[in-house]
Design a protein around this ligand. Sequence first.
Ligand SMILES: [Zn+2]
Length: 310
Amino acid sequence: MNKEKVLEFAEGSLDRVLAFYDRQGISLPHRPKFRYAKVNPVGIMREPFMSVLPDEEAGKAVKTSWHRNFSRARFEILGITLSDEALEENLQIEISLNYLYLHKYWRENFSGADILLFPPLGKYLTDGYQKNLDGHMAHEVWHLIEKDRNVLHTTPLIAEGTARRAEGLFFGKDLAVAKNPNLYITIFYYGADCVVRDCMRAFRNPYKEMLNPQVRERAQRELLKRYEEKISEFFRRSCFEKDHVRSDPTNDAKSPFQERLLSNGLTPAGVAKTYRDAGAPTLARELEGQDLGPYIKSLKLLHECAAEPA
Ligand SMILES: [Zn+2]
């Protein structure tokens, strides 16, 4: 399906979704704008078909929240123990070398857009899934509603759960859940949807509750508690299992930091030098005193996967 046809479907779907949210008493200050993006150049995840354009502050908040909650555990899976100071240096690298370049790309290419449409959406619609488009649209528009109400920054880890819940509410049913959630999508989308559902059951207006900061914080805490072991399993798989490397959205083999790692060499000395040069002396020193074998193995696997077609 060509670009014009995809945009036409998207506009029609947006009309129905905005009318639906209007009936719930929720509106956006302006009609969201679409942009058709030929490729998703970032990361090694398989291309999504629709996505909200990341906003710099919200994106930094997501990165920060993700790292404050999971960095220690992820390094420990690799057999590495780090001090708080080293982890904080790692967070700064994540923001400056793994995130801001990405944001610059979005800003330079898609400034002014709210929702990006990717080519797989054309294929999806050609295959006869037009009816489902409204559900996906309700999901993306819900992200924009949370962004507009300033709740996305403070509780980003629950945001895919609330968006999936909004998608279910649009269809008037509970969406399917995963029997064994141990991947990013099954934990942070499907599992989070269940947590949100459980936290909302007693409330009359689920939309209002999903925008309530206290309720969101409770849901986010519950998500982290309920899936603690599953999250570790997901990290283990996304470090060491080829089939799962792509399932971790923080795995970005093309970031400036990964490029520096590759040019310094995937060896203990190369890794330490890359961190030291990137302004993380404590982290570099702590890494030098430990066995980096599993870490280097996982880096090699990441670059191997990135070199293969998606
Ligand atoms: Zn989403």
